[in-house]
Design a protein around this ligand. Structure first.
Ligand code: SDX
Length: 429
């Protein structure tokens, strides 16, 4: 992978030769691992131009708006596959054949329940706690049930941990919701598909078991697919960094959930609905566009912009189609928030500020409108994102641990005091 070389000319020092590595597709990278010998580090806060690892899982072409999972375009997976197939693909590198799929689905179904004692963890939370706070807590608590039976250097242990996490996240997410509602928690059902089971645990009660709408289950499954993985985003990088210390996978996923919560990342889906409520009416759009452009105003157009996509986020396109399908299935005509969102997108995409900065709707812009139509409260939106992204996180964790790796330990540019001596308290001014 390293035929080409880069030469770094540093004033007053010998030139430094650095290998250039070439991947299957996408930008070449300059391998700076040897740079330390020159007495220099690279400096790249926010990792704007830094590849943190080599990966075979997902590839994004931000200029063309392309997203591939193990080479398959997200549009094809959303249309022709389902979430558990996509999980198998991300975890194992290939789509399953019929026998492999049946085996995987059966294995996942046999791990959907959580330890009964986990229920007592919920009682420590206020009922009105933010669902992401509870999710961080209970997913991290899984460590307490498996930490001692888990050798992260054992491929079989890594495999079962990945299956346990994919299988249990819907159960835990639904438990978080039921706890917030003061309703009894529902057990998973093995006769239902992954998405049907989630909607069953969310909206059914012991008093009444209603059939799950196949259209809503399909929409839920597609939303899971669209959120499954996305290269080295902030939360995935967090999981990799936590995993590089040898922490158990449940603790690593809890770290990923915490990183996802921020409104600049997975918390944006909740923030979009809050923003649309704040805008309220089409007549206020111009005022909020002006706020988004005002450097002195921290307001940003939530659901717009992306570090990598400088074209449309292909997930947003599929999400918008799904939005139309769900709303028409539910007989919701002229949904005011959808109308407002579409008008906002229209106006923003004709404004030079957004066009010059390639700020397009991202995955979070329309997802909330669908989730709300399905009946999921806004505060649960990022929990849904975390549920779906768990397979991406754990696939990266598995990939990292499957070959030699080092603990992640970035360096810094230090601009603080040089060494100085402490002054006794009595002598300090
Ligand atoms: C996700 O990384 C991933 O892959 C994430 C994700 C995944 O699947 O894991 O795709 C999921 O997190 C999607 C993004 C969700 N976040 C939001 O929708 C929040 C709103 N978006 C912004 O905060 C922002 O666009 C980011 C955080 C998404 C990206 O920020 P960057 O790459 O650091 O870009 P930037 O902030 O430097 O913006 C470049 C310029 C700046 O203006 P100038 O300094 O050039 O004048 O664009 C402006 C920014 O002020 N800008 C925005 C804006 N986003 C960027 N201005 C107004 N509204 C916005 N939404």
């Amino acid at each position: 992978m390293a035929d080409k070389k880069a030469q770094l000319i540093i004033e007053g020092a010998a030139p430094v030769e650095l290998p250039i590595l070439t991947g299957t597709v996408g930008p070449d990278v300059i391998d700076v691992r040897g740079l330390g010998a020159s007495g220099h580090f690279t400096f790249d806060p926010g990792f704007m131009a830094t590849a943190s690892c080599e990966s075979k899982i997902t590839y994004i072409d931000g200029d063309k708006g392309i997203l591939l999972h193990r080479g398959y375009p997200i549009e094809q997976l959303a249309e022709q596959s389902d979430y558990l197939e996509t999980c198998y693909l991300l975890l194992n590198g290939e789509l399953p054949n019929a026998e492999q799929k049946a085996q995987f689905v059966s294995t996942v179904k046999n791990h959907t329940m959580v330890h009964e004692q986990l229920k007592s963890f919920f009682n420590g939370f206020r009922r009105d706690a933010h669902p992401m706070a509870v999710m961080c807590g209970v997913v991290g608590a899984l460590s307490a049930f498996y930490h001692d039976s888990l050798d992260i250097n054992n491929p079989q242990h890594r495999e079962i941990s990945a299956v346990r996490l994919v299988a249990k996240m819907p159960t835990l997410a639904a438990m978080v919701y039921k706890y917030s509602m003061g309703q009894p928690m529902m057990y998973p059902r093995n006769d239902l598909s992954y998405a049907e089971n989630f909607l069953h645990m969310m909206f059914n009660t012991p008093c009444e078991i209603k059939p799950i709408s196949p259209v809503l289950a399909k929409a839920m499954d597609r939303i899971f697919i669209l959120h499954a993985d996305h290269e080295q985003n902030a939360s995935t990088s967090t999981v990799r960094l936590a995993g590089s210390s040898g922490a158990n996978p449940f603790a690593c996923i809890a770290a990923g959930i915490a990183a996802l919560w921020g409104p600049a990342h997975g918390g944006a889906n909740e923030a979009v609905l809050t923003m649309l409520d704040e805008i309220g009416d089409v007549s206020n759009i111009d005022k909020f566009i002006a706020k988004a452009k005002d450097k002195n105003d921290p307001f940003k157009l939530m659901g717009f912009g992306h570090r990598v996509y400088k074209n449309r986020d292909p997930r947003a396109t599929v999400m918008k189609q799904t939005c139309d399908e769900v709303l028409s299935e539910l007989g919701i005509k002229n949904d005011p928030q959808l109308e407002l969102a579409m008008r906002l997108e229209e106006i923003a995409l004709t404004d030079p500020y957004f066009v010059e900065r390639s700020l397009y709707p991202n995955v979070d812009f329309y997802s909330g409108i669908i989730l709300k139509a399905i009946g999921i409260p806004t505060s649960m939106f990022t929990v849904i994102f975390a549920l779906a992204r768990t397979v991406g996180w754990i696939s990266h964790w598995k990939e990292m641990l499957s070959s030699p790796y080092k603990i992640g330990r970035p360096r810094q540019l230090y601009t603080g005091y040089e060494q100085r001596d402490i002054v006794d308290l009595k002598d300090r001014k």
